[in-house]
Ligand binder design. Sequence first.
Ligand code: HEC
Ligand code: HEC
Ligand code: HEC
Ligand code: HEC
Ligand code: HEC
Ligand code: HEC
Length: 404
Amino acid sequence: MKPIASLRVLLTGFFLAGIFVVAASFFSWAQDSSFREKFITNYKAQRFQQQVILVKKNKDLIADEIDSLIEEAMQEDKSFEERMYLLDIASTMGFMHKYWNDDDEPLNKVEPYIYKELKKEEQRTAELMKWKKEERFLGNFVMKTRKDEMDKEGLAPVLYPHWLHRIYFECKVCHDDIFTMKRWSNDISQDKIVEGKQCGVCHNGTISFAADKAEECDRCHIAGKPEAEKFHNIKEIEHEYIAVTAERLGAEWNTEALPEGNIPVDKFQFIDWLELKRKGVFKPIVSLDPDFKDEIRDNMILFESTSDFVQNVIFNHKVHSEWIKCSTCHPAHFKDELGGSNVKMIEIARGRFCGLCHGKVSFTFADCLRCHNQPKGVVAEGVLVRTKMGESPPGEQGQTEEGQ
Ligand code: HEC
Ligand code: HEC
Ligand code: HEC
Ligand code: HEC
Ligand code: HEC
Ligand code: HEC
């Protein structure tokens, strides 16, 4: 074994030296990469015997090959998966080299990289999961676009409890006068808040606590802290405080009407707002402006399903327009004419049409039967029936073009 191995080293040495004279860098690269290529091919095909032969034959290339794999893996533009793929090849190579060529140095070199990458990934996922936990309770938003600046002041990111505000205020109060209904689109910043815009419309010491008082910073900059439990752990919600605040504002939070003392949630962890409404638990404020004229459209619209597999859907204009301004939906998301928008499930799942709210702050689109619950062929009295898309009589409402 030994003499053959050393002969191979000698031969390889000769071979390489010869090549150097001719076309040094190019060929040595080609040599390396063809070894790597063969190694990967064997690895994937699990050709163990061939791999052993290859590793023995290329003994002297392995240390350099592993170095170059590490270097490539650690390039900045590599994703975690790409990086782990290359490091995995390097460590397998190192492992075989250790056993068949009796040299553990290259393997010892790769392992710390793998360990470090795994640790980093673990932290990254833990970080992600941490916000997931707080955002899971719908809808909470962790706001941290300006994380660097907050870090500098030793402040945690902001946890915006969207659900808590829904208790006190109809959507109309904020959407779309104060905030457009799309995350990250409002460019919220401390300066604007302190000027009395955005959160500062209320968080100014009158409607609610002030955003420029040092003792109040941590009430918003609370994401990730144990004190944030009361915003995402249903058992920790401070019902008494909410009730007192609601009363101060002219809204209502009747804790005694809460089913079993808790906020009801569906199986997806969405708050069941309609149940809360039915039980008379809450009554939000419609506007901050005493002269506000509320506009409600009291009808129901039947979406006859284009699919044989699901039942029809009723859209309750009243329920929606009590909470939401006409201008939030019309005309940006739906044309205000019967059958005017070509509503498709795939688009809903992508966050358009009904998916603007459902799946984000209202019950999720995964809850199929909460929408698809109207038997085919039955039209309840007074319900407006949309013309099926594509079957609209000429010159009438139903239009077949794409909704916007
Ligand atoms: C007190 C103010 C306030 C009230 C009341 C309010 N929202 Fe919001 N809403 C916000 C803020 C703030 C955002 C985030 C904006 C940003 O990130 O730029 C938001 C975002 C949203 C989004 C975007 C979610 C996403 O993932 O893109 C939807 C949808 C939404 N709200 C729907 C509603 C509905 C429906 C209601 C009423 C049932 C409501 N909001 C009530 C303040 C409010
Ligand atoms: C329409 C008025 C209004 C707007 C706009 C508003 N809030 Fe509030 N917010 C309130 C009220 C009222 C409370 C109830 C707490 C109180 O006043 O004591 C509250 C409570 C909170 C709480 C809970 C604090 C605690 O200790 O219980 C947080 C956090 C919060 N708001 C953050 C925000 C952020 C962040 C924004 C902007 C993205 C915002 N709010 C926009 C009115 C508003
Ligand atoms: C009503 C909630 C609220 C309160 C109270 C509050 N902030 Fe903020 N703050 C925010 C929001 C929302 C942002 C934007 C977060 C993001 O998207 O990055 C922010 C951002 C910041 C930033 C990042 C840089 C910038 O200009 O936006 C700093 C720094 C900051 N706040 C400091 C403070 C300090 C100091 C206090 C107390 C004096 C305070 N905040 C109180 C809601 C609040
Ligand atoms: C927020 C309400 C809502 C929820 C929840 C919902 N849908 Fe729909 N869906 C609609 C509307 C509105 C239409 C358009 C009318 C129609 O064709 O049925 C539609 C259409 C469809 C269609 C017809 C074909 C197509 O592509 O548009 C299918 C199939 C469908 N949905 C399946 C589902 C399934 C499966 C689920 C649960 C995972 C679901 N829907 C949840 C509102 C909803
Ligand atoms: C949550 C979104 C939403 C809100 C809020 C909303 N609408 Fe609609 N509206 C719809 C949908 C969906 C349709 C059906 C579109 C279709 O058939 O393609 C519709 C249809 C209509 C139509 C034609 C059918 C009819 O009812 O005669 C009119 C007119 C209309 N809306 C007016 C209004 C007015 C006025 C308001 C405010 C008081 C309002 N809408 C609030 C979503 C909304
Ligand atoms: C602008 C936000 C928004 C849009 C767009 C929207 N919804 Fe809703 N929807 C809500 C809110 C808020 C509720 C109250 C319950 C909740 O938040 O979970 C609700 C409740 C419902 C309910 C239960 C109420 C009832 O009638 O029993 C159904 C069903 C429903 N929506 C279907 C739809 C369909 C179908 C569409 C699209 C054609 C749609 N929604 C579009 C915000 C929206």
